[in-house]
Write a protein that binds this ligand. Sequence first.
Ligand code: PHE
Length: 369
Amino acid sequence: MSGPNKSYDPVQVTPLNAESVEAMVAAALQAFAAATSVAELKQARAAHAADRSPIALANREIGALPPQARKDAGARIGQARGRINAALKEREAEVSADELSRMLVAERVDVTLPVELTPVGAVHPITALMDQMCDVFVAMGWEVAEGPELEAEWLNFDALNFIPDHPARTMQDTLFADPADGGIVLRTHTSPVQARTLLDRDLPVYVVCPGRVYRADEFDATHLPVFHQIEGLCVDKGITMGHLRGTLDAFARAMFGDVRTRMRPNFFPFTEPSAEVDLECYVCHGSSVGDPANPCRTCNSEGWIEWGGCGIVNPRVLQACGVDTDIYSGFAFGMGVDRTLMFRNNTADLRDTVEGDIRFSRSLAGTAR
Ligand code: PHE
């Protein structure tokens, strides 16, 4: 007669017998040893030490055993898990140290190597200055307009009221595209963009036109056959010389601080009346005039610096572009950008601006006032 079976039969609960547990530990240790990266070790941990690993599943079986067997199996599993976790921790430390040292080798920087000598470039001071000038006007709500450098003779001269035998139209002053009588010139100023703007845009217009211009001129310290201008044009109802004055003063102050402008009568075919714009010297404010002991290099002790031309747009220009001059009037101005750079940054030799030496650009980078 047999009594109740209280003894533990290891054969019936295979996952909990010593051999199986030992095999689980061995498999875990082997998998940990085989893992060579943090990612691989994470996988090995999932397979051999996490919630659904054989050892964790075996652990769940313990509760079903009779008391004595439960104690044995519990001790066995507990010990096995302890070994697995210790091995995992140890391997984790090894693998991450390994990975770190591999990374340090791979990302090593030899600080004794020579530095990269290829210059990375810099914004050209003329470009930077033109951008800065445009920004002043964009901030006042004006737009930027551009035109081509190879321009129709009609727009460069005729539309701007240059008479047919005006001296500027000769080969001596103007570069003609081949064939010379083909009616195409390298624009001699940015003023043709005035005509283009009036032909293209709806009124009123408030535009600035920065760009490169060409003249059959010398190439020396103070002349370039290729240089830059910025043109301004406003055409609206009731525009007067007063608006021009105010605009030029605002422009001057934005560029040079607390300075005024003045106008001297002049002649341009496309403006009437026309004037030269002078800028009050922003360095000496006129204090060097008649004081040889304190000369001013910026204005040559004249107190004023020639800056550009301006005037009220000649009605003939407006009419050539189809604008009703009974309703609209306007003003225009034009400044030399290279000239501005010269007196603003003491660039003594204009040739520096075209020679492409990065050191020139770098030396003026960030000198915006
Ligand atoms: N276009 C003129 C020049 O090149 C400058 C200018 C522009 C004058 C606009 C009056 C109005 O000298």
